[in-house]
Design a protein around this ligand. Structure first.
Ligand SMILES: [Zn+2]
Length: 107
């Protein structure tokens, strides 16, 4: 399934492991807002978290400054450990729990 599936913040914590406490808030505070047009210092007020097929996390939400909808890509899939954890979560959700939303995908 080449789609993004919805995940929770607990899932993000599982994927990022010890990096979560520092790297997660850091990522959310360094988003790019096309409306504010400043350097990448926008803060994402997260509405939904997604996990893509490559094991990367996408934080979808709104810019804390202007409210414009923005998204932050968190490149977790490049790290083997985080990738494996992300794949385990994808597999579990898709095969077992079936408790997730889907977006995107190649048709
Ligand atoms: Zn903004």
């Amino acid at each position: 399934m080449y789609v993004d599936i919805s995940i929770s913040e607990e899932d993000v914590q599982l994927i990022m492991g010890s990096r979560f406490r520092r790297a997660y808030p850091q990522a959310l505070q360094s988003a790019h807002c096309p409306h504010c047009r400043k350097v990448d210092d926008a803060t994402v007020i997260v509405e939904q978290l997604w996990l893509n097929p490559a094991g990367d996390i996408l934080a979808q939400g709104n810019c804390a400054r202007c409210g414009h909808s923005i998204e932050k890509f968190i490149e977790t899939g490049i790290d083997p450990q985080q990738y494996d954890q992300a794949m385990a979560i994808r597999e579990y959700k898709i095969e077992v729990s079936k408790d997730y939303k889907v977006r995107g995908g190649k048709n």
